[in-house]
Design a protein around this ligand. Sequence first.
Ligand SMILES: Cc1cc2nc3c(=O)[nH]c(=O)nc-3n(C[C@H](O)[C@H](O)[C@H](O)COP(=O)(O)OP(=O)(O)OC[C@H]3O[C@@H](n4cnc5c(N)ncnc54)[C@H](O)[C@@H]3O)c2cc1C
Length: 587
Amino acid sequence: MASYTAPLREINFVLNDVLKVGRLAETLPAFADATPEVFTEMIETAAKFCEKELFPLSAPGDAQGCTRHPDGSVTLPDGFKEAFHKYAANGYVGLPNTTEYGGLGLPYTMAKVVEEMACSANVGFALFPGLTTGCFEAILANGNEEQKNTYLPKLGAGEWAGTMCLTEPQAGSDLGAVKTKATPQADGTFKLDGSKIFITGGEHDCTPNIVHFVLARVDGAPAGVKGLSTFVVSKFTLNADGSPTTARNGVTCSSIEHKMGIHGSCTCVINFDGAVGTMIGKPGEGIMNMFVMMNLARILVGVQGLGLCELATQNAIRYALDRKQGKTFNGQPTIADHPDVRRMLLTMKAVTEGARVLAYETGMYVDLAHHHEDAAVREEANDWVELNTPLVKGYCTDMAVDLGSMAIQVYGGHGFIREHGVEQILRDSKILCLYEGTNGIQAMDLVRRKLFLSEGRAVTRFFALVGKAATDASPDFAFISEPLKKALSDLEFATRWIHETFKSKPEEASFGCCDYLRAFSLVYLGYNWLRMAQAAAAQGDENFKAAKLNTARFFASKLLTQVTPLCETVKSGAGEFMSLPAAQLAA
Ligand SMILES: Cc1cc2nc3c(=O)[nH]c(=O)nc-3n(C[C@H](O)[C@H](O)[C@H](O)COP(=O)(O)OP(=O)(O)OC[C@H]3O[C@@H](n4cnc5c(N)ncnc54)[C@H](O)[C@@H]3O)c2cc1C
């Protein structure tokens, strides 16, 4: 059986010793009460909830899955409904949401920590509150007062659940192809007709109502993304006071998907047949409105990846420290002393701990971008959020798959057997690389948009910051600052090459975009490991210090060094590989 213990020591180290989370309470009046002590208390309570309430539902939920009944209703695995109510009652659904609409008004950073633990414990479950928060954010950003008053208090408190209805069979990555039609009515509402696929939480019995955030095209609007608008559609029609009636709106679930993983989450085909909805924001601004939700949702998906990296890592280490097999070179009894197993365990630790700093720091930038009083600080923080989002989403989720696979490798054949519980991590992780924009789309976002943002301001700032940290580091940390300087220099060259090549030969510059995202992420993690090594050196706990410095050395010599060959691959472009007619691939 897999197990889960929230890594509180590690979380507190990252928040307090590396990122100095106390800065939020000191500099943001909105979070004056969110002191490090409040963080610790909230996180410890949430950790117990995730360990004791969510994790025990994960494997049974995976085995049982969701059920669609002949009347179109859907039930979740046993215990999920009750867990959702408790999760909401504890305030975790609305943790970062404004108190004006039922939230706790706490930092987004704190929400990311709680979400990491919830995703480690039960990622299938964690999708429901995640989408509910996303729906809340979309309505908060662009809804009118009536829409906000009707939906936000319910979504913010987790009394109702939310969805994101974008995808259609012909419109996956290319949302400009969305066909769902919205016909204006005399009373200002719209009737929606169309079919959406792959809708997470599209139908279930967890909450008495579901709020759908829908991308659709007003009758007669232009083709492509410019013709898209966003709508809010309630599962049940609403009374004048906003309470749900017992009458269904024209929204039904015609089937649920049978999937590779996240079996506890229902993935629905949702049909809109004259469903009454109201427009969120202005006509034609649908893609912009959707990105309010999507950008934060991408960070959340990255945090889902981080949660699974942690789960894979801690189970692999626990198993390896117990499993005895063969003679090790150093005479120690367990497989953790076989060099190849040690390599895997250190890789898992180095990736997970480094990725945690990336994810939480991005959360802190979101808080600064939303709440700092100085516009210049908000602007800079916003640049960081823009730059970091594809890294958090792309890197943490790719790593969840890699580490899920590595955990099985550490377990050997036992990892392939269901009862050990680690094969579920691999099955649950793959979807993270696909939804909220595939990781290929994340890499294109980095190369096409983020590098060029405000004339490259964000990326230039990143290079300067990392360069200064490496140059200022004392000789005690040369083991990482020197390889970091080399990796940074290679990344800067590759970035310049992309800048110079993209305009005239976009295909050439795009071919290695996933390698570039990986190289960029590794440099960011190098910067994180430098800061972690420096913070660890000041710790009184000798065991913790030694482990941290050892992992930092491993990252510096075995993972950071991958940046150079990755950058070489990026700069070699597409060469002749795009000139081959695609049909010949099947020859
Ligand atoms: C379990 C599950 C849950 C989901 N939940 C939701 C949900 O709640 N709401 C919702 O609206 N959708 C949801 N989705 C849909 C998901 O967001 C899409 O599957 C995803 O956007 C990819 O679209 P696609 O599957 O059509 O793949 P495609 O768009 O066909 O992509 C196929 C491949 O082509 C690549 N590609 C496509 N276009 C480009 C491009 N321009 N540049 C470079 N590469 C490109 C992709 O990276 C990918 O490798 C869910 C999907 C699943 C499987």
